[in-house]
Design a protein around this ligand. Structure first.
Ligand SMILES: Nc1ncnc2c1ncn2[C@@H]1O[C@H](COP(=O)(O)OP(=O)(O)OP(=O)(O)O)[C@@H](O)[C@H]1O
Length: 328
């Protein structure tokens, strides 16, 4: 890695924010508190998801971390450097991909765009040319490199954004909703590329509202809502947090399901589209009696399952009160 810091000290967090607050002043009326004391820590080499619904504060946090927006209060460090007082040291460490139409010149080709940005980053002509060629190849753009960006699909533009973010060989990549608006195939391609970038040992902070994406790509996720951290866990750990909502999936006839529904502690029996039924219980302790009954009836197609990240997210974000129930 080429940066002024020399050899990276692995014990320093890639991103470490403390009580970040950001208020937007409204011209009239009340201001908006977009971030209300956000402390997050992202270790080096980690792919960290920043999850939250629209308006949660993800973009505000990403803008602050990318040094384009000042926090109202609180502080943050990137690889040990303070975002505000040492932003000159921070910037070369960062790659920023905000996507959309921003930052690309549609009337220029992909190659011209990248060479332009390489020049802005202070790369010499030869180095810029070489780096551009490498990135065009790495991001599957070589064939169309000399066509105007305005002729590109959304997926190609987004790959070009990613290539631009990688120009200066950053150690920390900030990605804000990179697969937004992409069709499933293009989104998958982009995710694979993000996975490859992470495999090179870079740190990735990925803001998304796509849970499946977070589950596929991220080592850990921080969920935010209304400018506050709701939870910060590995996707699997989050699922475990709601393990009291573990349920039983069983293939059984109506008669047996009716008997199951009559057991104490059973709160719901719902037939699924695939013909199986999901049995919910009030407490994990109640699972035993359900399993006992269905196994005694000779059913072998039965098992327990944990809720996916989607359900965890809904419980934690939309039913904040439930959080105490699951973590307490
Ligand atoms: N420039 C601004 N002026 C006033 N309010 C703003 C401004 N930018 C964001 N906000 C408000 O701050 C809050 C957080 O917005 P932010 O864009 O950070 O959320 P987000 O999680 O990125 O959502 P989205 O996915 O919709 O972009 C929202 O209530 C938003 O309306």
């Amino acid at each position: 890695m080429h940066n002024n810091a020399g050899e990276p000290d692995r014990s320093v967090a890639a991103v470490d924010s403390s009580e970040l607050r950001r208020e937007y002043r409204a011209r009239r009326g009340e201001g908006v508190t977009a971030l209300d004391g956000v402390s997050i820590r992202v270790e080096q080499g980690e792919v960290h998801g920043l999850l939250g619904p629209n308006g949660a504060g993800k973009s505000t946090l990403m803008k602050i971390l990318s040094t384009v927006l000042l926090p109202t209060s609180g502080s943050a460090r990137i690889l040990g450097y303070d975002l505000v007082t040492e932003y000159r040291k921070v910037r070369p460490l960062l790659g920023i991909v905000f996507g959309g139409e921003r930052g690309l010149y549609p009337r220029l080709t992909a190659r011209q765009n990248l060479r332009y940005w390489a020049a802005l980053y202070g790369m010499g002509t030869a180095a810029g040319r070489e780096r551009t060629q490498t990135l065009l190849q790495d991001f599957g753009l070589a064939e169309r490199a000399d066509h105007r960006v305005e002729t590109y699909s959304v997926g190609m533009r987004q790959r070009l954004h990613l290539a631009r973010g990688m120009l200066a060989n950053p150690r920390v990549l900030l990605l804000d909703e990179p697969t937004n608006g992409l069709d499933p195939l293009a989104a998958r391609q982009l995710r694979e590329m993000i996975g490859e970038i992470a495999a090179e040992g870079r740190t990735v902070l990925l803001a998304t509202h796509d849970l499946a994406e977070a589950e596929t790509l991220c080592d850990r996720v921080t969920m935010i809502n209304h400018g506050r951290v709701v939870a910060a866990e590995a996707p699997r750990t989050l699922a475990r947090l709601v393990s009291r909502h573990e349920r039983i999936r069983v293939r059984a006839d109506d008669e047996l399901l009716a008997a199951v529904a009559g057991l104490p502690g059973v709160t719901g029996v719902n037939r699924q589209e695939d013909g199986s039924a999901l049995v919910s219980v009030a407490d994990r302790e109640d699972i035993g009696s359900v399993l006992g009954l269905v196994v005694a009836a000779g059913v072998t197609d039965v098992g327990t399952e944990l809720p996916g990240l989607e359900e965890v997210y809904l419980r934690l974000v939309h039913h904040g009160a439930d959080r105490d129930a699951v973590t307490g």
